[in-house]
Design a protein around this ligand. Structure first.
Ligand code: FMN
Length: 191
């Protein structure tokens, strides 16, 4: 599949078939991720593949985190819905930045700036992964609602550095149409 075809065909998938994904396929997707460019070639990413019983344990931790967040702040956006999607995806890959700090930690201007670079590098890796997944016939969902259970998930993973995102993967159980986009002219200025 050509890159443009993968870009055009990719969708956020929120329904997955109950079919396992082989380790070989998961490795190919991560391999695509680590080939992404990164600021100063720092490769500020670390992947944790969660499958099987561990995935169910992780979902329990995430749901408890979301409940705690809701009790304290009343609002959790779409996090409960996202957790339900994650519950039926056979593979969830978490992406951490081993150089990054937690949101509540104080940062120098230099740290803030380097984290701004790192988050772009991690985004590039995730984009490579979701395009590779499309190419391999898998559906994917880029997930940031994990932030509503940030502390609980970091504790469960025993990570004392930044959790950036999660990626759900699996054989797709739906074929959604392309979601609306702003037009090029709405978002582009030519000077
Ligand atoms: C950084 C980022 C975070 C996202 N977080 C979530 C999420 O937590 N839950 C979810 O259902 N979708 C999430 N999405 C998917 C977006 O909702 C989706 O990309 C957008 O609606 C456009 O749809 P499309 O991906 O099918 O083109 C996220 C996407 C990105 C890029």
């Amino acid at each position: 599949m050509e890159v443009m075809q993968a870009i055009n065909n990719r969708r956020s998938i929120r329904s997955y078939r109950n079919e396992p994904v082989s380790e070989e396929v998961i490795r190919t997707i991560i391999e695509a991720g680590i080939k992404a460019p990164s600021g100063k070639n720092k490769q500020p990413w670390e992947f944790v593949v969660v499958t099987g019983d561990k995935r169910l344990e992780m979902i329990r931790v995430m749901k408890q985190g979301i409940r705690d967040f809701k009790a304290q702040y009343k609002e959790v956006g779409s996090a409960e819905y996202t957790a339900a999607i994650m519950e039926q995806a056979p593979v969830i890959i978490f992406i951490f930045n081993p150089y990054g700090t937690h949101p509540w930690q104080e940062k120098t201007i230099l740290q803030q700036s380097t984290e701004l670079v790192d988050v772009q590098s991690v985004g590039a890796a995730i984009q490579n992964m979701i395009l590779a997944a499309t190419d391999l016939g898998l559906g994917s969902l880029w997930i940031c609602d994990i932030i509503f259970a940030y502390r609980e998930l970091c504790e469960w993973f025993k990570k004392d550095y930044q959790m950036v995102a999660a990626l759900a993967l699996g054989y797709t159980g739906e074929t959604p149409p392309m979601r609306p986009r702003k037009s090029i002219d709405e978002v582009t200025e030519w000077i």
